[in-house]
Design a protein around this ligand. Structure first.
Ligand SMILES: [Zn+2]
Length: 180
């Protein structure tokens, strides 16, 4: 998490967004938000050092429709904890596999897309897991998560000790968030 990121809470304390420090400071200056938590290091400005917020809360509660959890490459990888769903290897060299291949009618849906390493992707090719004799570690499904912030953003944000108390907990992700 870059030092310059700030967690923005809605007036009702729900996590709303992650923004830059500059944006957060201007929200505070304009009287639209209050700082709740400061960073240990101060911000240097033309008028001298000032405390740098780490978490701010809007004075008003912004109404937002319940956002849809967007199906994207990043969301699928985050849901699968950046782990190949066939061999369990973790890493950055992951692709997205259609469990039932597109050619066989597989869709772009939460229950048909999984994180997959390149090696497994090659081995599986255009087969179903049964045909390729490759078992999924777990059955993919839509995550139970109400994303006021995006899923990858949430997982990163939960690792920030200062932000963690303001973020809701989702059991599905707890095991990944134990500090190393
Ligand atoms: Zn693999």
């Amino acid at each position: 998490m870059p030092q310059a990121s700030v967690l923005v809470l809605n007036g009702n304390y729900e996590p709303l967004n992650v923004c830059t420090l500059r944006r957060a400071v201007s929200l505070v200056m304009l009287g639209k938000a209050e700082p709740l938590v400061f960073r240990s290091e101060a911000l240097s400005t033309v008028s001298g050092p000032m405390p740098a917020p780490s978490v701010v809360r809007l004075h008003q509660t912004v109404r937002r429709p319940i956002p849809m959890l967007r199906l994207s490459r990043h969301s699928v990888l985050a849901r699968d904890r950046y782990t190949c769903q066939y061999c369990g290897s973790k890493g950055s060299d992951l692709t997205i596999d259609h469990v039932v291949p597109k050619r066989r009618g597989g869709q772009d849906t939460w229950d048909n897309l999984v994180a997959c390493c390149r090696r497994c992707n090659l081995m599986k090719g255009d087969k179903t897991p049964q045909q390729a004799r490759m078992n999924l570690l777990r059955q993919p499904s839509r995550p139970h998560y109400v994303p006021y912030i995006s899923l990858p953003q949430y997982l990163r944000a939960r690792r920030e000790p200062e932000w963690s108390p303001f973020l809701p907990r989702f059991d599905a992700f707890e095991e990944d968030l134990v500090p190393a």
